[in-house]
Design a protein. Structure first.
Length: 279
């Protein structure tokens, strides 16, 4: 195993944390973090994923390995930069993307951008986010909120780092980063007539997520011409963090494996027709 964030094997060292080296990967999985989060939050996934999968945890500007870079507050610019990061990984290995909340928007839009450039992923996973055109039932997170109120609402969602109030400078920087990410979300203006994804799409939803209520999940089916699937969990917006992370990662891996199995005959026979699964 190489040190975290190794830039070997063509992996852009600036962009990604790479928990382990896979010399001949069967799949590359790019994970895009939530608002305010760094790729390092998703580091435990490597203990559960199949050994032949190359896990790449993206650090967005302003955090993690890109701590010194200014956060990006425009979604179009953010997607363009992430697209370039992923394009730099090279060709020849099936690609999957997963993102939670803010990361769900970036992952799905980056997938579209890659598709337009001839590098479509085989699978996209989105979590904790309503589909395009569906507004959250409540507007909990607003970049114009005071630090006190924004921190209170993030705490309710489970999105504040532990013991952050003991580190005032870190707290201030974290909330400033959150505001930048929320502004990027506010700038998001997708074209309703754009071409859908060709990748399989899995939506991960949770029973008590006030930012992405379960009734909005079916709307995601319009975003892809591939197979659409959904998985439901108990809990709130950050239900998968902590003790439940391994089990969540197992489900995520199973979803990707299902897609790889479905696509295996490509080149010898046509892929099965699209269908929806609610497993």
């Amino acid at each position: 195993m190489t040190p975290t964030g190794s830039g070997t094997a063509g992996i852009p060292a600036e962009a990604f944390i790479r928990p382990r080296t896979v010399t001949a990967p069967e799949l590359r999985l790019v994970v895009v973090p939530h608002a305010g989060g760094s790729g390092g939050v998703y580091h435990p996934m490597h203990r559960v994923l199949p050994p032949g999968w190359d896990l790449l945890l993206l650090d967005l500007p302003g955090r993690g390995k890109r701590f010194a870079q200014a956060p990006v507050t425009d979604m179009a610019e953010l997607v363009a930069r992430v697209t370039d990061d992923v394009m730099a990984l090279g060709e020849g290995v099936p690609l999957a993307l997963f993102g939670h909340s803010l990361g769900a928007v970036i992952a799905s839009e980056t997938a579209r951008s890659l598709q337009a450039r001839g590098r479509a992923p085989v699978w996209v996973g989105v979590s904790g986010r309503q589909a395009t055109g569906i507004q959250p039932a409540v507007r909990l997170l607003d970049p114009s909120l005071s630090d006190t109120e924004l921190a209170r609402r993030l705490t309710r969602l489970g999105g504040m780092p532990d013991r952050i109030d003991e580190l005032p400078e870190f707290r201030h920087r974290f909330l400033r980063l959150i505001r930048s990410d929320l502004r990027a979300l506010d700038s998001y203006r997708p074209d309703p007539d754009r071409t859908p994804l060709s990748a399989d799409l899995t939506v991960f939803a949770s029973t008590d997520d006030v930012l992405a209520p379960v009734p909005g999940v079916p709307a995601w089916s319009r975003e892809t011409s591939g197979e659409f699937r959904r998985r439901l969990f108990q809990g709130g917006h950050f239900h998968f963090l902590g003790d439940t992370f391994p089990a969540f990662t197992e489900v995520l891996a199973a979803e990707i494996t299902q897609t790889l199995a479905r696509l295996a005959p490509i080149g010898t026979e046509a892929a099965p027709p699209r269908r929806e699964s609610t497993a």
